[in-house]
Design a protein around this ligand. Structure first.
Ligand code: ATP
Ligand code: MG
Length: 415
């Protein structure tokens, strides 16, 4: 029996990987225009980092982490998300001392023990951004605009931006109590998870997907109506700045993020095209996180998008790449000549394929066709003797004779 991959861990194969490369290149391009630099963080961290930042009563920490004890008896975890690691690095290397405003992005695999299904895997990939050092809502609007620009650059109409505010340590506790009062009489109709979280994290009931919870919380008070003056002004100014640059958004006052560190602005990029896996990207402000992790009191805001979900929205056909030229060679001498011409063209920047094994003309042409090569060059004994060979543009069928030198072939490919 052959060995297969672990459930929920995927290979990304040629044909699909071109989409990923395009997504990554687009992120690098768009993010760098907004002044972000890349940071590469380890995949394994101390378990405490996530327990302390994400929160004990969150889905991630309660049941989704890949944690184990290593050979040195250390409690370690495969990172379930990127923000905690980026902030750990930010504090550890005192990045705030280099520049009061730090703008970072990362990309790479994350690990969560969830039930695998379309758009939900155990190893998945995120591209995320973190901007620290600015409390002003202008930065919220800029981060949201950058995220919208990223999807526009991918030429996607979906997903669309939803925003909310989760308040701050000043106003959220009172709202929590108000919400608990409201939910108390409805406890019987809440799902088991929401009942269990009622004391520790009652807000989660608001975005619970279970039908009973949706009904029970239908008329629940909203955080937006219970913001303190500071949070209210922050939200209004974020909206004003989004409108100033025509970044489209919708308010979703039931949005609750699954991580504890969020304050004030929270947001999601949602789509109707992926069933229950509707959030393509998500994030928010985390003004207390850096201090909670032992750093200075510096505000921050960030997001992460799920690359698999972005890829599901893109059409693979648009990103496949095909060789510029296929050299069909007949006979031992012609094959040697094809080999060296291909090699010179490849080192000169042209993508070239040829046959390695002396197959028939028909079989070589079939492969050229299958690879969707733009041109074919046919070399046989007669062509070797005359030093000229027919170059055919596959789409039009137009054929031209070219001298059998890499320079003349390149010239013809470019014309
Ligand atoms: P969901 O509600 O779908 O579980 P989440 O709130 O757990 O998402 P975040 O922790 O905010 O998600 O992560 C940001 C993004 O990462 C999500 O919007 C999604 O696109 C992606 N993501 C999260 N978990 C997975 C997963 N198990 N598989 C694939 N993508 C995921
Ligand atoms: Mg989740």
């Amino acid at each position: 029996m052959s060995i297969t991959a672990i459930k929920g861990f995927n290979d990304i194969l040629p044909g699909e990987v071109e989409k990923w490369q395009h997504i990554e290149a687009t992120a690098r391009d768009v993010f760098s225009r907004y002044g972000l630099s890349e940071i590469r963080i380890p995949i394994l961290e101390k378990t405490d980092l996530f327990a302390r930042s994400i929160g004990d009563t969150t889905d991630i920490v309660e049941k989704e982490m890949y944690s184990f004890i290593d050979k040195g008896e250390n409690r370690v975890t495969l990172r379930p998300e990127g923000t905690a690691s980026v902030m750990r690095a930010f504090i550890e290397h005192k990045l705030y001392a280099l520049d009061p405003v730090s703008k970072l992005y990362y990309m790479g695999p994350m690990f969560r023990y969830e039930r695998p299904q379309k758009g939900r895997y155990r190893q998945f990939h995120q591209i995320g951004a973190e901007v620290t050092g600015v409390a002003n809502p202008r930065v919220d609007a800029q981060v949201l605009t950058m995220l919208s620009q990223f999807f526009a650059a991918l030429e996607l109409d979906e997903p669309s931006l939803e925003i909310n505010s989760l308040g701050c340590p000043e106003c959220r506790p009172a709202y929590r109590e108000t919400l608990k009062e409201f939910l108390r009489s409805k406890l019987d109709s809440l799902c088991e998870d929401c009942r269990r979280r009622f004391e520790t994290n009652p807000l989660r009931a608001l975005d619970c997907k279970v039908e009973g919870c949706k009904n029970a919380t239908a008329g629940a008070p909203a955080m937006l109506e219970h913001l303190c003056a500071g949070c209210d002004a922050h939200f209004a100014s974020t909206r004003e700045h989004l409108e100033l640059v025509s970044t489209r958004y919708r308010i979703n006052n039931r949005m609750v993020r699954g991580l504890d560190y969020y304050t004030r602005t929270t947001f999601e990029m949602v789509t109707g095209l992926l069933g229950a896996q509707s959030a393509v990207a998500a994030g928010g402000r985390y003004d207390g996180l850096i201090a909670d992790l032992g750093g200075p009191s510096i505000p921050g805001i960030g997001f992460a998008m799920g690359v698999e979900r972005v890829a599901l929205l893109l059409d693979a056909a648009k990103f496949s790449s095909s060789p510029a030229l296929f050299i069909v060679a007949l006979g031992e001498q012609a094959q040697k000549s094809a080999f060296s011409i291909a090699c010179e063209l490849q080192s000169g920047g042209v993508s070239v394929e040829f046959d390695y094994e002396g197959k028939s003309m028909k079989s070589q042409m079939r492969r050229a066709d299958k690879l969707s090569c733009r041109y074919t060059l046919i070399i046989g004994e007669a062509e070797l003797a005359s030093g000229r060979a027919p170059l055919k543009e596959m789409a039009t069928g137009i054929q031209t004779e070219v001298p059998l030198t890499p320079e003349s072939i390149v010239c013809q490919l470019k014309s």
